[in-house]
Design a protein around this ligand. Structure first.
Ligand code: RET
Length: 246
């Protein structure tokens, strides 16, 4: 599609295209969040900069994928499953890195980070198999993915990560707890989207929902929310350090 000026035409978004709308707004929200994290980063002490940088990288990677997904949806009217999972397989491991970075003050080891990354990749690759490759076995793949998800939940709520957070105490413990809630409740949005969009026993319950709307809401809450928790931690910790020095 081209016009008089040889510029590419912009696809129409119908007034009742809720999926297209959430892709559009999601894209803008991710861009705005990235600008916020990147621009605020240098105002903090060195030890927090990496965490805020990672928050910005997460929303930036998502912004780029949302740009493509928005277009893909507008052009084809179907779920951009491939872009979706490429985005997740980059951003979810980075969220695992965030857990490691904030627990480093309590002496978190890299092995904790790699374990979470490994589990998250298992969760996402098996999810992709069920959603895109072996759709008639979606229930089995979803179950395996769900088990990996629960191991992550266990690790951060009750395992080694929790002990480290308690040792760190104060603002770090508080931030860790909030991130744990994001993973338990915020990440639980995704299996709902999966059940809305794949065949299985659950079709009667979730079948009426639009998979992409559910995923897009999940992404906005989790990616931007996660970043803001880390940002808030940096603000709180910096304040109490300044108070202690005065
Ligand atoms: C920014 C993107 C995030 C935080 C994506 C998280 C995705 C999940 C927690 C997905 C989990 C899934 C299951 C637990 C079972 C069904 C398949 C998945 C991949 C949707």
């Amino acid at each position: 599609m081209e016009n008089l000026f040889n510029l590419p035409m912009v696809a129409k978004i119908a007034t009742d295209d809720y999926v297209g709308f959430t892709f559009f707004v999601g894209c803008m929200a991710m861009m705005a969040a990235s600008a916020f994290f990147f621009l605020s980063m240098n105002g903090f002490d060195r030890k927090w900069r990496a965490s805020i940088l990672v928050s910005g990288i997460i929303t930036f990677i998502a912004a780029v994928h949302y740009w493509y997904m928005r277009d893909y949806w507008a052009a084809n009217g179907e779920s951009p499953t491939f872009f979706r999972y490429v985005d997740w397989v980059l951003t979810v491991p980075l969220m695992c890195v965030e857990f490691y970075l904030i627990l480093k003050v309590a002496g978190a080891k890299k092995s904790l980070m790699w374990r979470l990354i490994f589990l998250s990749v298992i969760m996402l690759v098996t999810g992709y198999f069920g959603e895109a490759v072996y759709r008639d076995q979606a229930q089995i793949w979803g179950l395996i993915s769900g088990i990996a998800y629960f191991v992550i939940v266990y690790d951060i709520w009750l395992g080694k990560a929790k002990k480290l957070a308690q040792e760190a105490g104060g603002a770090v413990l508080q931030a860790h707890k909030t991130l744990c809630w994001f993973v338990l409740v915020g990440w639980a949005i995704y299996p709902i989207g999966y059940m809305a969009g794949t065949p299985g026993w659950y079709e009667g319950i979730f079948g009426g929902l639009a998979l992409d709307v559910v995923y897009n809401i999940g992404d906005a809450i989790n990616k931007i929310g996660f970043g803001l928790v880390v940002y808030n931690l940096a603000v709180t910790a910096t304040k109490s350090e300044e108070a202690a020095a005065a």
